[in-house]
Design a protein around this ligand. Structure first.
Ligand code: A3P
Length: 434
């Protein structure tokens, strides 16, 4: 039965209320249909995504928000609530959804100017400064017994790691939960102390979601168990072991983009696991920088928010540091245990890349790996309590399939000339033709 516009409107208002309720600041003015989400409500781009995901969850349907939020390759500057209501109303009443038109063409990002060069390209000295703000990681003590093999996806944030994780989760021989954030800490108590704040609390959820899936527990049961592990100061290696035992014959894959930022964290994997395998996920630095800026990642990282570097330079140095560390780490690991994968190839020729990864991991290729939007529960693309809180890239939810156009979108915005020489060198070592 077709849904009425007034019902759509009421539900969307309700979703918006729930989202803004969680914010610290009260809204100055009452929100109406003419309110602009950025100008009046105070949205950042990440909030658009959270709003879109929560609306899809409310209507229990994928609506293809990418079409509304992205115009001519750029994310829109702002949208009124009315535009969102019209879009959802049209999509809900259209059949099939994928072919529905986009109502009320959203305002386009004004006169996108490709940036050809910058005045402050990243230098080796800047990178040295940047490395000082990275949280140190204590080495794990040598365990009496190593855990069985596991797989780690090593990449900076914004490399397509969430997409890769969810594709891998389509293989029945693998267990691929959302970001675990375990390897960086000695024990669960230290992990809690490091992540339990308003910016990072959602990063504690991946382990809870994994326990729910493995043990068939409710969120409450999984939280209770985690709390006991934290109170007892259980080592992170022992916690991994619990997950691995519960996963049975399935190989555990941990994709946590913060690991690669510190070489000491990577060394913990060799210390704690027997013959761990590593997927070195790469993406062109300009694509990563553009993605990083659009997602306003620095807003969620207080140390970086207060930094004097521009958000572009921070993004480039995060990219650089993660790849420098991973390349160095690769020199210390037998070559049959580390595989380089490029995001661009993953989205342009997914089957070829998935078959290559399966061969490397020693598992059988399954065609379901090419359908990342199927079996959402089994792939753990939701959060513990709310669909919008999956730890990982929320933009995954805006796409409806593996999108090859995402690989080169950055070319509209940046020339490779913006990159520092040190970045260009590392990009060339990763195989990019710069
Ligand atoms: P953009 O911001 O350039 O769009 P990560 O998960 O490592 O943070 O990476 C996020 C990037 O992966 C985002 O890049 C996001 O759009 C992209 N991505 C997520 N799902 C995708 C899909 N189905 N197809 C292509 N790219 C996808």
């Amino acid at each position: 039965m077709p849904i009425e516009q007034t019902e759509v409107q009421a539900k969307i208002m309700q979703v918006l209320d729930t989202i803004t309720e969680e914010w610290d600041d009260d809204l100055d003015e009452e929100v109406t249909l003419t309110s602009k989400l950025v100008e009046d409500v105070g949205f950042a781009s990440i909030d658009f995504v959270q709003f879109a995901v929560a609306i899809e969850s409310e209507f229990k349907q994928k609506l293809g928000f990418q079409a509304l939020l992205m115009q001519d390759g750029a994310y829109v500057d702002d949208l009124s609530l009315q535009q969102v209501v019209d879009f959802v109303f049209t999509r809900l009443n259209a059949d099939p959804v994928a072919e529905a038109p986009v109502p009320n063409a959203a305002p386009k990002e004004s006169n996108v100017q490709r940036i050809e060069s910058v005045e402050d390209p990243v230098t080796a000295e800047m990178v040295e400064e940047f490395r000082k703000i990275i949280r140190p990681c204590a080495p794990h003590s040598v365990p009496s017994k190593k855990n069985k093999p596991a797989v780690f996806i090593l990449s900076p944030p914004r490399s397509g790691s969430t997409l890769l994780r969810i594709m891998l989760a389509g293989c029945p021989e693998l267990f691929v939960p959302p970001e675990l954030h375990l390897l960086s800490y000695v024990d669960m108590k230290e992990r809690l102390a490091a992540l339990d704040d308003e910016h990072n609390r959602h990063l504690l959820e991946g382990t809870i979601r994994a326990l729910m899936q493995l043990k068939n527990w409710s969120g409450e049961e999984a939280r209770k168990f985690s709390k006991a592990c934290e109170e007892n100061g259980m080592s992170c290696q022992a916690f991994y072991n619990i997950l691995q035992i519960a996963a049975g014959d399935r190989l555990l894959v941990d994709k946590t983009p913060t690991y690669a930022v510190n070489l000491d964290i990577l060394k913990n994997a060799e210390n704690d696991f027997e013959n761990a395998k590593y997927i070195h996920l790469q993406r062109h630095p300009c694509g990563t920088i553009r993605s990083y800026e659009e997602s306003k990642l620095t807003r969620m990282m207080p140390l970086m928010k207060d930094s004097e570097f521009s958000s572009r330079a921070l993004a480039e140095m995060t990219w650089l540091t993660c790849h420098q560390n991973t390349l160095k780490f690769a020199e210390q690991v037998p070559s049959d245990r580390i595989l380089a994968v490029q995001y661009e190839n993953l989205v342009k020729q997914p089957e070829v890349e998935m078959r290559r990864i399966c061969e490397f991991l020693g598992v059988e290729f399954n065609p379901e790996m090419l359908n990342p939007y199927k079996d959402q529960d089994q792939r753990m693309t939701d959060g513990v309590d709310v669909a919008s809180k999956m730890s990982g890239d929320l933009k995954f939810h805006l796409h409806q399939n593996i999108d090859p156009a995402a690989a080169d979108r950055w070319r509209q915005f940046y020339s490779e000339e913006i990159l520092g020489d040190v970045t260009k060198d590392v990009a060339k070592r990763c195989g990019y033709d710069i």
